[in-house]
Design a protein around this ligand. Structure first.
Ligand code: RP5
Length: 173
């Protein structure tokens, strides 16, 4: 009998394959924490049936967090959130006539009752979407909590190193 593939806890969706260069940062971040994800291209406008069906069935399949990236009139995260009780993280994509401001507002300005946890534009947002998903999973996973603590300690170390470098440079003047 063919073994059924285990559902990854995180679904990473994007409105177009043109979003992939940025969304890849989300996948790299999740994989850096050892968190598996399924990646799919689907659109709130171009494949609306597939987007709503995916969200409706996601929890039943074992998905725990949905990350949705989209640009321009970015409705993907909102449409998915409308069809699931899972946490949905929205990643607005830069580009287009307004360079992402349209996507940011479309993703963040959800009506009361249907939240989308919206992260920043650009690479920072894509990375943060991954970290936020890990933080959600870490609520019931001590191993992930430890990895998050190590991640934070690494950030502190980097800032401390930068501080020492700038102060040393200035003290030579
Ligand atoms: C959005 O429109 C996509 O998420 C993408 O950011 C943007 C442009 O899509 P393409 O025209 O490049 O497919 O739906």
């Amino acid at each position: 009998m063919k073994k059924r593939k285990k559902t990854a806890p995180v679904a990473v969706l994007m409105g177009s394959d043109s979003d992939w260069p940025v969304v890849q940062n989300t996948v790299d971040t999740l994989e850096g924490f050892g968190v598996a994800c399924d990646v799919e291209v689907m659109s709130a406008h171009r494949t609306p049936d597939r987007a709503s069906a995916f969200a409706s069935k996601a929890a039943g399949r074992g998905v725990k967090v949905i990350i949705a990236a989209a640009g321009s009139a970015a409705h993907l995260a909102g449409v998915l959130a409308a069809h699931t009780t899972l946490p949905v993280i929205g990643v607005p994509m830069k580009g287009g006539a307004m360079d992402g401001l349209d996507a940011l507002l479309a993703t963040v300005q959800m009506p009361g009752g249907i939240p989308v946890a919206t992260v920043a534009l650009g690479k920072a947002g894509a990375v943060n979407a991954g970290i936020l998903a890990v933080q959600i999973l870490a609520l019931s996973d001590a191993r992930l909590r430890k990895k998050l603590a190590t991640h934070k300690a690494g950030l502190k170390k980097k800032v401390d190193k930068g501080n020492r470098r700038i102060r040393a440079e200035r003290s030579k003047k």
